[in-house]
Design a protein around this ligand. Structure first.
Ligand SMILES: [Zn+2]
Length: 354
């Protein structure tokens, strides 16, 4: 007679066997993985899509603007002249410390707060004050060098016209609103752009940013340069002169670091990146996001790169040549947007330097 214990052990073994059979025959991820070798073996790919690490360049990439800056950097910085002592006349009531003498040939030209200027009242009762430079004995009005100099129109009109243009109203529409000649509006716009350029050059320096977005906007812009184009021709060209508006901005602030107009070429990309990098504070290497234009890659590499000595692969023989590589902290990626009927339909990201 078979003991109960043996019978139970037999049942237990049968259950264990059933459980194992079920476990291996049940469809699951594991079985799916196990079946993979049954699939036909693919031939090995000749060209792997895995990105290879960038080997670096043996010659340093060129940038025309950089070479130009290097030439200017050799000139010693100008030394300010000594402040002029105050005279025994009555104490000055008008603060002239934020103005400078504009006269060519004056030693005090361009220097602020050296006591060489004196306010001499309003000539002919006009709105603008006159200044006198004690160093060169020259006079100049306080609005010299500003957009208001040489204009007989009220300041408010000029400001309102520029405000309209800044809000996106066209030149001809602005001219109609204020009942003035479109050529006058065009002149003011060009002058305002020059002022803005000077303002940006002075204020935008030593900027700390974590991120910068470089982009080109397709825009119809006029290429108006002094003497090259008559106003009528300039106005006519407005609609048929395609140029690219290049921008670089910090999306966090959002601070527009560079605006430039030009062709969509490597040379222009170099110029824009050169300008942007010149605005950064020393040691600032932000994340650089660009559109699909490949020319940003060499431009960023040129301006945010350094020489590095590659490691030896062999114990003997000559040392490998130093390579120009991106700075270790440089991160750069392309954000490629696809548009359909002026709407973004797809966004792709590609890492360039990491
Ligand atoms: Zn002077």
């Amino acid at each position: 007679m078979v003991s109960h214990l043996f019978f139970y052990q037999l049942v237990l073994l049968a259950l264990a066997w059933l459980f194992m059979m079920l476990h291996y025959s049940w469809p699951s991820d594991r079985t799916a993985e196990g079946q993979r070798p049954l699939q036909p073996i693919q031939p090995p790919r000749k060209h792997s899509k895995e990105p290879k690490p960038f080997a670096g360049l043996t010659p340093k990439p060129l940038c025309a603007a950089w070479e130009q800056d290097a030439l200017h950097a050799k000139l010693p910085p100008p030394v300010p002249p000594d402040p002029l002592p105050s005279t025994n006349r009555r104490p000055r009531e008008i603060d002239t410390s934020m103005h400078f003498c504009p006269h060519a040939g004056c030693r005090y030209r361009g220097w602020l707060g050296l006591g060489n200027l004196r306010a001499t009242g309003h000539p002919n009762g006009g709105p603008w004050r006159q200044f006198y430079c004690r160093a060169c004995k020259g006079d100049f009005p306080e609005h010299h060098g500003t957009i208001f100099h040489g204009k007989r129109v009220p300041v408010e009109l000029l400001v309102r016209v520029l405000a309209c243009l800044a809000e996106g109203l066209g030149i001809r529409a602005t001219a109609r609103v204020f009942e003035i000649d479109p050529n006058t509006v065009l002149h003011w716009l060009v002058e305002a752009a020059e002022q803005l350029r000077a303002f940006s050059r002075y204020f935008l320096c030593d900027v700390h940013v974590k991120q910068v977005q470089l982009d080109e906007l397709y825009a119809v812009l006029r290429d108006v340069k002094d003497g090259e184009l008559s106003e009528d021709e300039a106005l006519k060209r407005l609609d048929r002169s395609p140029s690219w508006g290049w921008t670089a901005m910090d999306p966090e602030s959002p601070l527009l670091l560079v605006i430039a107009v030009g062709t969509r070429t490597l040379k222009m990309a170099q110029q824009v990146v050169h300008h942007v990098v010149g605005v950064f504070a020393p040691g600032c290497v932000p994340l650089c996001l660009t559109d699909g234009l490949k020319d940003y890659g060499p431009a960023l590499l040129r301006h945010l790169g350094c020489w590095r000595q590659p490691e030896r692969h062999q114990a003997t023989g000559p040392r490998p040549k130093p390579r120009w590589l991106p700075l270790p902290q440089l991160l750069s990626a392309q954000v490629v947007k696809s548009y359909r009927r002026w709407r973004i339909v797809d966004v792709q990201h590609r890492v360039v330097f990491a």
